[in-house]
Design a protein around this ligand. Sequence first.
Ligand code: GLP
Length: 254
Amino acid sequence: MTLIVCPDPDSAARLLADAIERAVTVQPRLVLGLATGRTPGRAYRDLVRRQHLDPGLTFRNVTTFNTDEFVGMPPEDPRSARFFMNTNFFRLVDIRLENTHVPRGDAVDLSLECQAYDQLIAARGGLDLVVLGLGHNGHVGFNEPGSSARSRTRIVDFTESTLAALSDGARFANLEQTPSSALTLGMGTILEARHVMLIATGISKAQSVHRMFDGRQGPAVPASLLLGHPKLSVVVDSDAASALRNPGVDIEYV
Ligand code: GLP
């Protein structure tokens, strides 16, 4: 596993964009797992810029699977993960929209939607690379504390602290408007990806990064389950790394 500490959020995003660009160049038919969020969003914007500068960089044959979607949220709702991905990445590069997948939070049969999502990933040969952000309570995707390492795509109810974080006004105006659950790629599906990359920046992520590395590995901090993956790369900035004590891995400073 690699733990890379960058000086600031932009250089962390650049490093993630570098890795995605390399993966797509080496493997044009890459099957890529993607998270939403401000932090990975910076890397997507960087990739959009790169493609405009270098037409040789192409996403034409890439297939993507997003990690989560809010239950009840139609894709055209500006607060949905689908809308975020379309407006921040998919519609700005040459990827074929039909090769991009986000679970439908407004599906009539949500369990069927989850099963079909995992089946589709398996039919595409599994994820080559999955890009993750980090939640304030150590969640990845929307695998909240308590998620098992073998969990599959499913409905997860938000914890009180996630509800509070989501209803801070940035996306959802208040608790009443905040969905109470999401569909999320399971930890099992994430751990089966051939390469896992997690990005966390800013002081607000310092405690989660600390709990991921310095605490006991287990479902209480879902991100810590990633430490068991044979090919994990974690990219943080110095603020997010500031509470690390004894991570037990070599840190690379770039
Ligand atoms: C939510 C999403 C995750 C994302 C995380 C971090 O919890 N479900 O996929 O990684 O937020 O988002 P941000 O980078 O905006 O802090």
